[in-house]
Unconditional design. Sequence first.
Length: 161
Amino acid sequence: MLKPLDESHLEELRQIRSDPEIGKWLISPSVHISARQQERWFKGYLKDETVKLWVLVEDGAVQGYGQLKHIDLLHLSAELGVVIAPAYQSQGKGKAITKGLLEIAQALGIHRVWLRLFQDNVGALRLYLDCGFAVEGILRDGAFKDGEFKNLIVMGRLNDD
């Protein structure tokens, strides 16, 4: 079940986000996040209307999370991101979070949901295609990750797709 992020989820979220297996697929830097850093981030998150995060909680554990960020109510668009804890990957959790986020975006009146992923992340590419996203282009050397440039795929989905 998707639940809005609250303080009770922070430690499990920090553990997922700090996992090296997760970090290699994130466009942001792969770093260990301390509890203090997580608390500072959360205080800022609560004030930021352009980012909303939900956690997938099943059997009492945070199994993954999804976010809508860069929420733009003028242009009715938002960027989507999904992360599944390694122990719960390949079990349909990513699809559940993605579909839940698309429903939330629609309820917010968002017309266009978009995302970026590394070109070599074939599992995520398959997931997003399966959820109705279309490849819109490739940003050549769009990210500098772990000492090398990597291509990014840009995908989008419109409300009426």
